[in-house]
Write a protein that binds this ligand. Sequence first.
Ligand code: 5GP
Ligand code: ZN
Length: 114
Amino acid sequence: MADCLFCGIAAGEIPAARVSETDRTVAFRDVNPQAPIHVLVIPRDHYPDLAALTAGDGGLLTELATQAHEVARAQGIADTGYRVVFNTGSDGGQTVHHVHAHVLGGRPMGWPPG
Ligand code: 5GP
Ligand code: ZN
């Protein structure tokens, strides 16, 4: 989609520190990390949020979850534990409207989240 930051990253038009990719997903480091490991996993196709993704292609959500775990394993945090977050809507803190899974780890996570 035109003027979408993460579509630009998926297309390679906007630089990002990629850690892995598949046919349908791209994983790259968050530019403002909130934990020692903070990676975003996105579909190459544009879906604005989790609701649109689940309505449009539930199988792609499964691929995002699989890739989130693969990132955690490759980054060495699968055994110590990690958190996967889909911020959704304004109260959820979503600022980029191309669905993305945050993979966070490398330190203990607080609960409840802020
Ligand atoms: P949200 O707030 O929508 O859940 O998450 C958006 C995330 O994208 C934020 O954690 C933010 O730091 C990250 N972000 C915003 N712009 C860029 C960018 O240009 N490159 C990268 N790698 N991450 C970005
Ligand atoms: Zn997009």
